[in-house]
Design a protein around this ligand. Structure first.
Ligand SMILES: [Zn+2]
Length: 282
């Protein structure tokens, strides 16, 4: 059974925007069904995962709001299996108060943030107060630090390298960078190599097989595969498809002498319990 550190749940009609759902189709060559209710999430993932992180998501900038109460209510239905992560927007008047409420009143165990979606520099004062609170509250942070499809999501805030100063300023804050920070996987690799509390996840990449192979091969050469968590980015992909796509990463090399990604290290990622690494308990 898998531990999936990156899954979404939302009501596409009311919590996302038509523009967002339309632009999301840029991610894959096959149509993506963006509907992803709690019932669908559990029907799909309940049989595939031992434990899953379920993410709230707030972006004033793009008009998206998958709220903390919504995620918490779903996770409460499956204690010990689902682990809710809060989200707050740095533009709010008091995101720290909401983060405290999310932890103490709602039982959420981490924080999902995405400066690129939220249209703000991760070193802006309004963000720094959130990183300080997350460190103080012992909440690990999943950063979407990497590119994304919405036209209005600014690439200047997307680089993984921007988290170096966050890691140095908040040394006890545990963070991971979604999707190897693509297409800046080199930045992610060198960052996680030297920052002990910075990790990454492999979600949402396997359907670009040449890029995926190159990311994992480079990460192997830099010896950082042990800092990668398993995740699917559901509903963009399922955990089962992600595991299969990861095990198949060397298939495109058939007939070549190109270096293979070590399958034992890939199995270790697939078997990794990110929640245990992050010391999150039910
Ligand atoms: Zn995601």
């Amino acid at each position: 059974m898998l531990v999936d550190c990156h899954t979404h749940v939302w009501l596409a009609d009311s919590q996302l925007t038509p523009e967002f759902c339309r632009e999301a189709q840029l991610m894959r060559t096959t149509p993506i069904d963006m509907t992803c209710t709690p019932e669908q999430h559990w029907a799909e993932l309940g049989s595939q995962v031992a434990k899953a992180v379920v993410l709230a998501f707030e972006s004033v900038h793009l008009g998206l709001s998958v709220g903390n109460d919504f995620v918490a209510a779903y996770c409460r239905q499956h204690p010990g299996r689902l682990f809710g992560f809060a989200s707050v927007d740095p533009h709010w008047a008091d995101p720290v108060a909401e983060l405290e409420r999310a932890k103490h009143d709602l039982g959420l165990v981490g924080l999902k943030m995405a400066p690129v979606y939220q249209g703000i520099h991760p070193l802006d004062e309004r963000c720094l107060r959130i990183w300080a609170a997350a460190e103080r509250l012992g909440l690990p942070v999943l950063f979407h630090q990497g590119t994304t499809f919405p036209r209005r999501a600014p690439l200047k805030y997307a680089h993984p390298e921007l988290l170096e100063d966050v890691a140095l300023a908040f040394p006890d804050l545990k963070v991971w960078i979604a999707h190897w920070g693509h297409p800046w996987e080199e930045e992610t690799i060198v960052l996680i190599r030297k920052q002990p509390n910075v990790y990454t996840d492999l979600s949402g990449l396997w359907y670009r097989p040449w890029q995926y192979y190159n990311i994992l091969r480079l990460a192997q050469e830099y010896q950082v595969l042990h800092k990668c968590f398993f995740g699917s980015d559901y509903p963009i992909a399922t955990p089962a498809a992600t595991a299969a796509g990861t095990r198949a990463v060397n298939d495109i090399l058939e007939g070549t002498k190109l270096p293979r990604v070590d399958l034992d290290q890939l199995e270790a990622i697939i078997a990794r319990d990110a929640l245990a690494v992050l010391e999150i308990e039910a």
